[in-house]
Design a protein around this ligand. Structure first.
Ligand SMILES: C[S@@+](CC[C@H](N)C(=O)[O-])C[C@H]1O[C@@H](n2cnc3c(N)ncnc32)[C@H](O)[C@@H]1O
Length: 384
């Protein structure tokens, strides 16, 4: 279950007062400096100094392997990079995920609509020597694995019936389903005796070689299986290891050449991509939860959940000091439900958004039992 602590005020004042376990992930979405949005002054006189001071203020709270992610628009991307280079060092720059949403059809020159998620290491030496890498599920993989789990739940312990159900699942899928996003996924049709989804790949050797011709016994008929024309791809010792690890698919009898199993749950991740396309759903989610539709561009929790799954382990401490409506807490709560994590979220936002948005979102999520919320602004006001 997610634990959330929230504070009200300018983060420059609040950050030095926090005593917390070392923070593993900072995610911030600071004012983009593009004008005055409804309830808050987005434009700052000296934006670069404003953001440099606040990044510097969070630094003492970070664990050595912490990652800092900053959302920013086109107009301040270059100044943000200079500010973050100043605080974390240019070597701390890990890369940028460009998030393409909807550009403006009325734009005069360039449609825009791209957000940049800029990643820095708090200490690049510590991060590099930690051996960590950032991986996310390949698009659509989660949806296909969920489909396979459903088929296995309908036919527990029966891989033949579950595989048949999986073929029907694919056949009945609507074209807009997320599983349709990568055509290669359709090759994952079979379910193993331990309930894992896989596809088969040939085990043949392209050219005949000594040491690659030997017998493999069929597990049901106990007869030597048909061998590929040029012999097996692996030596006998390697193929036996693959067999022991459940990596070989046999046909119904020894007349069919066995094949290798490629399990989707092993092959289904990719490094964080440099470009993502995702319609922004932040306002819809917030409106459904608390009825507020006047906050300018709250972030989409689904995209943050996806991002955090690569960057924040199951007991991570996550800090957002431009928290706005509290999307970060919402996204972490969704991730904890998804992977059974127990993350802690620390949120700071100023008067412009605390009562009107953040407290209402956290109140609604906590009333729904989706997170535990400690409201430090209320506690301080009560004891004042
Ligand atoms: C771009 S919005 C963040 C939106 C947020 N990511 C969400 O999805 O709701 C920036 C927020 O930072 C708050 N803010 C601006 N200056 C601040 C400061 N110095 N300290 C703390 N919060 C600040 C504003 O009230 C605004 O809600």
């Amino acid at each position: 279950m997610t634990t959330v602590h929230s504070w009200r005020g300018d983060c420059l004042d609040v950050l030095p007062t926090l005593s917390t376990r070392p923070v593993d992930l900072v995610y911030i979405d600071p004012p983009y400096n593009v004008g005055v949005y409804g309830h808050y002054a987005d434009r700052r006189g000296d934006w670069q100094q404003f953001i440099t001071d606040r990044l510097r203020a969070c630094r003492p709270l970070l664990s050595p392997t912490a990652v800092v992610v900053i959302s920013i628009g086109d107009s301040e991307l270059h100044r943000l990079r200079v500010a973050a280079d100043t605080v974390f060092g240019p070597q701390g720059y890990l890369g940028t995920v460009h998030w393409a949403g909807n550009g403006s059809p009325r734009a005069r020159f360039v449609a825009g609509g791209v957000d940049h998620l800029v990643l820095y290491a708090a200490d690049h030496v510590a991060l590099e020597s930690s051996g960590r890498s950032f991986r996310v599920p390949k698009p659509g993989v989660g949806a296909v694995l969920a489909g396979a789990a459903q088929c296995w739940a309908q036919h527990p312990g029966d891989p033949v019936a579950a595989s048949k159900a999986m073929r029907s699942w694919w056949a009945s899928l609507p074209s807009e389903h997320p599983a349709q996003s990568a055509p290669g996924l359709r090759r994952y049709m079979k379910i193993s005796p331990d309930g894992r989804l896989y596809r088969t790949t040939p085990l043949n050797k392209p050219l005949p070689r000594p040491g690659h011709v030997y017998d493999i016994t069929h597990p049901v008929t106990d007869q030597p299986c048909q061998m590929p024309t040029n012999g097996w791809r692996h030596t006998e010792a390697t193929l036996r290891e693959l067999l022991d690890a459940g990596g070989v698919h046999f046909g119904p009898d020894h007349g069919e050449v066995p094949q290798a199993r490629a399990y989707l749950d092993e092959l289904g991740t990719t490094p964080l991509p440099s470009v993502i396309n995702h319609r922004r759903e932040g306002t819809r989610v917030l409106t459904e939860l608390i009825g507020a539709h006047d906050f300018p561009y709250p972030k989409d929790p689904q995209v943050l959940t996806w991002l955090f799954s690569a960057l924040a382990g199951p007991d991570a401490v996550v800090l957002d000091f431009f928290a706005g409506t509290g999307t970060t807490a919402h996204a972490v709560a969704d991730l904890d439900v998804e992977d059974g994590g127990d993350r802690t979220v620390l949120l700071i936002t100023n008067d412009e958004s605390y009562d009107r948005y953040l407290a209402r979102r956290l109140g609604a999520l906590s009333a729904a039992g989706r997170l535990d919320w400690a409201d430090h602004a209320v506690r301080e006001a009560a004891s004042a």
